[in-house]
Design a protein around this ligand. Sequence first.
Ligand SMILES: Cc1cc2nc3c(=O)[nH]c(=O)nc-3n(C[C@H](O)[C@H](O)[C@H](O)COP(=O)(O)OP(=O)(O)OC[C@H]3O[C@@H](n4cnc5c(N)ncnc54)[C@H](O)[C@@H]3O)c2cc1C
Length: 361
Amino acid sequence: MTIFAAMKIDYLIIGQGICGTWLSYYLQQEDRSFLVLDNNDPNASSRLAAGIINPVTGRRHVAAWMAEEIIPFARQAYEHIGNELGITAILQKNIVDFFPNPQMRLSFMQRVEERANYVSLPQEQNRLLSRFNYEFGCGEIKPVYTVLLENLLPTWRKQLSEKGLLREEEFSMEFLKINATDVHYKDIIAEKIIFCDGNASSSNPYFDLLPFAPNKGELLIAEIPDLPVTHIYKKGMMLVPLATPGLWWVGSSYAWEFDDPAPTPEFRERTTALLKEWLKVPFRIVDHLSGVRPATLERRPFVGLHPVHNKIGLLNGMGTKGCSLAPFFARQLVDHLCYDKPLEAEADIQRFRKILSRNIS
Ligand SMILES: Cc1cc2nc3c(=O)[nH]c(=O)nc-3n(C[C@H](O)[C@H](O)[C@H](O)COP(=O)(O)OP(=O)(O)OC[C@H]3O[C@@H](n4cnc5c(N)ncnc54)[C@H](O)[C@@H]3O)c2cc1C
């Protein structure tokens, strides 16, 4: 007769994208026991993202939600984890914003005249004319950072695996049993289960009533050896230097309505044409990828414990800003779990108490 010893832990985490990474990092700091299950989906949003932490948003370049608090927090968090893991996890790469037309130039100048935070006009407007075609000048957005997800996610994963804290496997609801005092999943008994599984949560029977609004994004990877890697460049699309020298991330699209999450020939053609017109230096497209952002209707994250089933939690809904928001809200969630501290009201899923109190489908 075989007797299975159950593995007893405080938290079972589903997903090791940017949310699961930060949640496990802060739980480890608090000496809580946990196990991460992750299926290593190559199309998960965190594996495709450019990693930009941008303090402004929209055509008017207004400050992003909670930017003053969230961005300095994120910068420090990525620096710390990078130092601990012996990798570069974050770099400052301000955006050179090439104005596509005179109206955009005017609108940017107005923000500069209003002394808005994060925007300025570089003195030497012609500095980049040998590399780019641009007729209407450029502005600068700063400070902007890029998170080197291609360094961070695999290195953290390796460390968790080596400590026996991560299993590469598909999580399936059919094996989950929620009790009054704990949750059971196969050989695991955990005090709580926290879902950090990105878009998969939108079909989770405990959370499928939340207003998720998945958003498709496509990107190209291009080899462009002759661009200075000091900045991100923007003109309709963003050109972002990757950790591998010479490689650039080019994107992306934003589609709320789509039938198929796969890359489309239209995006490839449109973006290649844009690069041909914009760049004076040679480039070569080496890849074309697409993914779906776990976005939400009201553009605020979903953080916290289920109002009815308090053994189940969620860290999700990061939309276009997972790199900025995940460290801050993972820390808040850990403080909430360990010390009963309140969550930011606009992010706390208790705001959907009524909806989430309906019967599980
Ligand atoms: C093209 C594109 C560009 C982007 N650019 C930026 C950017 O520049 N800056 C920025 O901040 N954000 C950007 N984003 C958004 C960002 O990627 C997301 O906000 C963020 O990555 C979401 O992280 P997550 O951990 O919640 O989800 P995910 O990244 O989706 O992670 C979920 C994890 O769960 C795992 N998983 C899912 N289901 C299961 C299951 N059943 N069993 C086991 N494991 C499972 C997956 O493998 C994955 O590892 C971009 C997104 C896209 C698509």
